[in-house]
Ligand binder design. Structure first.
Ligand code: TYC
Length: 103
């Protein structure tokens, strides 16, 4: 580490420790087959949205090709992706989602 022997190194290490976790957005992707109602239910169930908010997100994805369902620390975002893909696979739908760092 850089810094002369005056506590600079300690302060650098403290500054690193107090950084908040880097955040990741869970992005859901449009497809031509997954029913709209299934997407709305998934968004409510895994992202804690009410019916109105989930419907708005689903329609945004349908129209734009993708939409953000939530923003979480990296490991939580990865778990959300796994949960969505598992539920979609079990229901026989091709629904996809990914997590990506928030800029
Ligand atoms: N495009 C789908 C349809 O018309 C609905 C849909 C919306 C699918 C959002 C996926 O992430 C999605 N049935």
């Amino acid at each position: 580490p850089t810094g002369s022997d005056d506590g600079t190194v300690v302060l650098e290490r403290l500054a690193q420790k107090v950084q908040p976790p880097s955040m990741y957005q869970v992005v859901m992707l449009n497809d031509d087959y997954t029913p709209m109602e299934f997407v709305v239910v998934v968004i409510q169930e895994f992202f804690g949205k009410d019916l109105e908010a989930a419907t708005a997100i689903m329609l945004k994805i349908h129209l734009d090709g993708r939409g953000v369902c939530g923003v979480y620390p990296k490991d939580i975002a990865a778990t959300k992706v796994d949960q969505v893909l598992d539920a979609a696979h079990k229901a026989g739908h091709p629904l996809k989602c990914v997590s990506e760092p928030v800029d």
